[in-house]
Design a protein around this ligand. Structure first.
Ligand code: NAD
Ligand code: UDP
Ligand code: UDP
Length: 319
């Protein structure tokens, strides 16, 4: 299966925010990349600059359906990640994590490819252990509005570990914490893009709840570096491993920083807190530091400046 140029790598969800950065990095490292995406939340614009590269191939494909191709590695990123989008069609969200993972694991089994799952800090739910180590089993509502995503991702982890135990598949599971950066969709609905777009357009900044809930924000380049390092770990390391930036900020503080960086006259407006919104989230990254020799290097303000520059084009166009 090896080709002359490097590895042949499948990135599902490759036209999304994280996927497009991953495709770009892998091509830059000399690999052949196949991007499979149904464009549910992804955009052609995210990968337009890669289309002229003969080692890049795009397939419009929903991973809930089987896919028969030949690859050496699979990064399984397909899944809407913003609460607004994953709650829009919750059954499809669970199908993507469960049926989609079964198909990608079946593919990996047939071609004996190594496969990495983009899991999430949501597997910890609204955590009562802080910061969250990988050994924590989480506190997740199985029947709430976030469950289609949280339980889907938890089931995907189960499937990965059962294919590993039952079929001796080489697996890697990354638990990704909130990540932000250029190519976030301007209407993505997640907090960083929402606040920046509101600030740039002089609209009220919408804080859900009192803004005391916390998140830890990782810049996309750091995250992609962590994912690639994880894929390249020795065969006996499967994870799950947390990948995120342990710097913890309240949502109110995030709003203040973004107002400061944009010089915006926006005011803060408080809105109701959605159900099951986690009150705190911060990764314990000791395992990633030990096994991947990885730690994030980009500070929040530095990363936010780059994200603001990217989103400015949409704000200027009135979106
Ligand atoms: P995104 O919405 O920008 O990207 C997801 C991509 O998957 C999109 O291109 C979408 O069109 C595609 N997709 C969705 N369902 C599909 C399906 N059934 N078949 C094929 N393609 C499909 O989100 P993102 O932030 O880039 O997230 C990528 C992955 O990382 C997701 O699996 C997400 O759960 C995970 N993750 C992201 C974060 C984060 O903060 N960005 C945090 C934790 C986990
Ligand atoms: N599958 C796929 N591509 C492949 C091989 C399998 O999409 O190259 C799908 C296939 O449709 C199947 C799923 O992966 O439903 C799980 O495959 P597996 O071999 O584990 O199970 P089985 O075929 O026995 O259901
Ligand atoms: N949030 C907010 N205003 C917004 C969007 C989000 O206050 O316009 C809050 C949301 O309630 C949550 C946090 O910001 O507490 C992070 O939300 P996001 O949707 O980015 O990701 P989550 O970590 O909740 O999946």
């Amino acid at each position: 299966m090896k080709n002359f140029y490097g590895k042949r790598i499948l990135v599902t969800g490759g036209a999304g925010f994280l996927g497009s950065h991953l495709c770009e990095r892998l091509l830059g490292e000399g690999h052949e990349v196949v991007c499979a995406d149904n464009f549910y939340t992804g955009r052609k614009a995210n990968i337009r600059h890669l289309l002229a590269n003969p080692f890049f191939e795009v397939i419009r494909h929903d991973i809930c359906f089987p896919l028969y191709i030949e690859v050496d590695e699979i990064y399984n990123l397909a899944c809407p990640a913003s609460p607004v989008h994953y709650q829009f069609d919750p059954v499809q969200t669970t199908k993507t994590s469960v049926h989609g993972s079964i198909n990608m694991l079946g593919l990996a089994k047939r071609v004996r490819a190594k496969i990495l799952q983009a899991s999430t800090s949501e597997v910890y739910g609204d955590p009562d252990v802080h910061p969250q180590p990988e050994s924590y089993w989480g506190r997740v509502n199985p029947i709430g509005f976030r469950s289609c995503y949280d339980e889907g991702k938890r089931c995907a982890e189960t499937l990965f570990f059962d294919y590993h135990r039952q079929h001796k598949l080489q697996i890697k599971v990354a638990r990704i914490f909130n990540t932000y950066g250029p190519r976030m969709h301007p209407n993505d609905g997640r907090v960083v893009s929402n606040f920046i777009m509101q600030a740039l357009q002089g609209e009220d900044i919408t804080i859900y709840g009192d803004g005391s809930q916390t998140r830890s924000f990782c810049y996309v380049d750091d995250l992609i570096d962590g994912l690639i390092r994880l894929m390249n770990t020795p065969d006996d390391f499967t994870g799950p491993v947390n990948i995120g930036n342990p710097g913890e900020f309240s949502i109110l503080r995030l709003a203040e920083i973004i107002i400061g960086l944009t010089g915006s006259g926006s005011r803060i407006r408080f809105e109701p807190l959605p159900a099951d919104d986690p009150t705190q989230r911060k990764p314990d990254i000791s395992l990633a530091m030990e096994k991947l020799d990885w730690r994030p290097g980009i500070h929040l303000e530095e990363g936010l400046k780059k994200t603001i520059e990217y989103l400015r084009q949409f704000a200027d166009k009135g979106k």
